[in-house]
Design a protein around this ligand. Structure first.
Ligand code: SF4
Length: 387
């Protein structure tokens, strides 16, 4: 075993050395697993559709004003599908009014009571998320599926490690990836018996290795579109790290058609993190990508403050520009050769550069203003080219 590991390590190392010597580097290409396509409202999921970014409101759904206001903020941040909790009939009925004031598809999240799923579908939800394991017996599941079939509403079978069926926990002596997949397949089969295939599946656990293992297993056995995420990932730092590793690893393997990052935080942050994961893997471009150096002893400008100012100014921008904000001219432009536009600090002055080439010197107090002007110029250039 050790020999094998050593051999494959050596093989990779020599390949990399050869690539380096030839001046070429291996392109990292993600091949998405083929899945069927479904539509949640106007958003397509699966097949060759872009991997969509979802979030979930944390307002009481029956508080229509607060929920609409949060969804509008999510829309502005680029959220493509929103989910709302439906814990009671008031929440289910509120969906009709909410839908009239938003533009993105809305999914109703249902647990325990199948009548809430029926009411949410009647109220105009674009999709239902149910955990068939806690919705009641087969008859109740069937009535939800029949209702969804009549209305053309897709359903997400949402398997959660915290609510796995008892017989499966007994069989696998705990909550295991195999058990989560068995639960999913059991429900997929049940839906198919009801002649219903307009579905996607999620298999969420709060720990990363189990989630990854479960999705890998299911993806090998089913071509249904997959909603990926790490559930209850935690507050900002642990949540971002767990999600970036868990969702990122799956996406890098081609698994996942839509995603939700879960954070104990304003859901707008979830959308931001979702896009950052997709951008980091070159799976989607959304708004500016900012590269900034960690700074070192050569840095003579307040880089942290500059980055914060630029991020704030561009938070709602949809211009797909790659920006570099570097601490010094020694290595800055060279390190950020791939950037469309960049600035690098110096003593008293800084420089503006494009694609690694220095264009002009700028007084350092004007670095932010000039960079933002260049972004607008870049945007106008794109508009002219596409007109
Ligand atoms: S760009 Fe300059 S300041 Fe930033 S880390 Fe590199 S050498 Fe240091």
């Amino acid at each position: 075993m050790n020999n094998l590991k050593e051999k494959s390590f050596l093989a990779v190392t020599s390949l990399l050395t050869a690539e380096k010597a030839s001046g070429r580097f291996m392109a990292f290409e993600i091949l998405r697993r083929p899945t069927r396509q479904i539509s949640v409202g106007h958003v397509k999921i699966g097949g060759n559709a872009p991997i969509s970014v979802q979030s979930m409101t944390n307002t009481p759904t029956q508080n229509i004003r607060a929920t609409v206001s949060q969804i509008r903020r999510l829309e502005k941040a680029g959220c493509e599908i929103v989910r709302v909790a439906v814990p009671d009939m008031d929440a289910a009925k509120a969906i009709t009014a909410i839908k009239k004031k938003i533009t993105i598809p809305l999914i109703a999240d249902i647990h325990f009571d199948f009548r809430l799923a029926l009411a949410a579908a009647e109220a105009g939800a674009d999709g239902l998320r149910i955990n068939p394991g806690n919705i009641g017996g087969k008859k109740k599941v069937k009535s939800v599926v029949e209702c969804a079939k009549d209305r053309g509403t897709p359903i997400r079978i949402g398997i959660n490690s915290g609510s796995l069926e008892k017989d499966i926990i007994r069989k696998y002596q705990g909550v295991t990836p195999e058990g989560m997949v068995e639960s999913a397949l059991r429900h997929i089969q049940m839906f198919k018996e009801f002649d219903f295939e307009n579905m996607k599946v999620s298999l969420k656990a709060s720990d990363v290795p189990r989630t990854i293992a479960a999705y890998r297993l299911l993806s090998a056995k089913s071509d249904l579109p997959l909603h990926v995420g790490i559930t209850e990932a935690g507050s900002l730092y642990p949540g971002i790290v767990k999600s970036a590793i868990g969702i990122g690893m799956l996406l890098a393997e081609g698994i996942g058609d839509t995603l939700r990052v879960s954070l104990t935080r304003d859901p707008v942050e979830e959308v931001r993190v979702g896009y950052e994961i997709l951008k980091a893997l070159n799976l989607r471009r959304h708004g500016p990508e900012i590269i900034s150096c960690p700074t070192c002893g050569r840095c003579d400008i307040d880089l942290l403050h500059i980055v914060e100012q630029v991020e704030k100014a561009l938070i709602r921008s949809s211009v797909p520009v790659k920006l570099a904000i570097m601490g010094c001219v020694v290595n800055g432009p060279g390190e950020a050769r791939e950037a469309d536009i960049g600035i690098a600090g110096g003593k008293g002055t800084g420089v503006l550069f494009r694609k690694g080439k220095v264009i002009k010197k700028i007084p350092k107090e004007h670095l932010v203003t000039i960079l933002l002007e260049e972004v607008r110029r870049f945007e106008r250039g794109r508009e002219d080219n596409t007109a």
